[in-house]
Design a protein around this ligand. Structure first.
Ligand SMILES: Cc1ncc(COP(=O)(O)O)c(C=O)c1O
Length: 391
């Protein structure tokens, strides 16, 4: 029987390969997983429990309970710097499903989409399953891993419909500053593009340079997706949301109906409690990520390696190109010889070749030890003749 060829042909995740191999072995340091190592704060768990006990267990409106949409409009005004009405907010089953729904609302099969390379691999999976034509813009050390308009100009075509931005970026931790964001919006306006802004790491930033394109948007072309997953250590709760111009939000709400009907009701009450948390709840986790970033970057530098210093998210992007091995081979040998699991850069796109992503969602001790072991393998490979001949 025939299946959807785009879904059937989807490439397996390059992170999953390492993760599966790592879980089969004892005593491995896990630096491959992209989710907070903190538990969901207790008051958030209690709120879901209380809501379920109080009978909040039925369907809700597709777009979400009104109290949560109103609280999210306040959050966006206060923390993201732009104004939306509650009915411009549509909840999703995590940021992932909200992004997918946005693409359903914004595109038709055959439309072009501009994606970052390297990038979170699910963007490409979504594009493929929706039969969009992806084109890439390069995030490289030379441009500090932020998009360049000249590069986008080379990739855009008359069929391009969406520019996807992800700041702070997974896997890079780079953040697009205000001036570049203005240029990107001008580029989008010149070519009549929607800007789909993935800001799932919006509250995990270290230097205050992040800006939402929607805060600079003058003509209603930006749709933003946020998530509770990273900010509040709630990956398994599946709570994300899109903030869209009114006409887009209306279509988005329609698109969500057949996809999810609505979100888990206790999860929505958990979201309300999360938003009402004292700011210390987020600050405590962000300062831990900042300390870990400094430990890893500092230690790798001392050992002679180069890693990008992230301004947000919780990843270190480490250059292993001088090892002479491809990123996947390096990650497999790292697991085998040094018992460290890390994501190969190639799991995020062709421009990830020669890089490794270390997740900072691990203890400082594990990160210090993990960095030492990465550098040990790197130095061993650089010194060994067999690697040079294997190039
Ligand atoms: C860049 C990026 N966007 C979106 C998501 C989606 O997260 P969630 O669906 O848990 O909200 C992730 C998760 O890893 C991510 O890294």
């Amino acid at each position: 029987m025939k299946l959807n060829p785009a879904a059937a042909a989807m490439a397996p995740s390059g992170i999953r390969e390492i993760m599966n191999a790592a879980w089969a072995q004892p005593d491995v340091l896990h630096l491959e997983v992209g989710q907070p190592d903190f538990p969901t704060p207790g008051h958030i768990v209690d709120a879901a429990h209380d809501a379920a006990r109080a009978g909040h267990t039925g369907y809700t409106p597709t777009t979400g309970i009104p109290a949560l949409r109103a609280a999210l409009a306040d959050k966006i005004r206060e923390r993201n710097g732009f104004s939306v009405e509650p009915d411009q907010i549509v909840l999703g089953n995590g940021g992932a499903q909200a992004l997918h729904a946005c693409l359903v609302a914004l595109t038709e099969p055959g439309d072009g989409i501009l994606l970052p390379d390297p990038a979170w691999p699910n963007f490409l999976m979504m594009a493929e399953v929706l039969r969009l034509e992806p084109a890439y813009y390069a995030l490289t050390p030379a441009n500090c891993y932020v998009p360049e308009v000249a590069d986008l100009e080379r990739s855009v075509t008359p069929r391009t419909r969406v520019l996807l931005l992800n700041s702070p970026s997974n896997p890079l931790g780079s953040v697009i500053g205000r001036a570049r964001m203005v240029e990107l919006l001008e580029f989008a306006a010149r070519h009549g593009l929607w800007v789909l802004s993935d800001e799932c790491y919006d509250e995990i930033t270290f230097d205050g340079t992040a800006v939402s394109p929607a805060a600079l948007d003058r003509d209603g072309r930006v749709v933003t997706v946020f998530s509770f997953s990273k900010t509040y250590a709630m990956t398994g709760w599946r709570l994300g949301y899109a903030a869209a111009p009114p006409d887009v939000a209306e279509v988005l709400a329609k698109a969500q109906e057949p996809l999810i009907s609505c979100l888990s009701t206790p999860t929505q009450y958990a979201g309300l409690a999360a938003l009402a948390s004292p700011s210390a709840v987020i600050e405590r986790m962000v300062s831990a990520y900042r300390r870990r970033r400094d430990t890893v970057i500092g230690q790798l530098a001392e050992l002679g390696m180069t890693a990008f210093r992230p301004s947000g998210a919780f990843y270190a992007w480490v250059d292993v190109s001088e090892s002479g091995l491809g990123a996947r081979e390096f990650a497999l040998r790292l697991l085998d010889e040094e018992r460290v699991a890390a994501a190969p850069g190639t799991a995020f796109g062709t421009r990830g070749e020669g890089f490794l992503r270390l997740s900072l969602a691990a203890s400082e001790e594990d990160l210090a030890e993990g960095s030492t072991r990465v550098a040990r393998l790197w130095n061993r490979l650089r010194a060994s003749g067999d690697v040079r001949s294997a190039r």
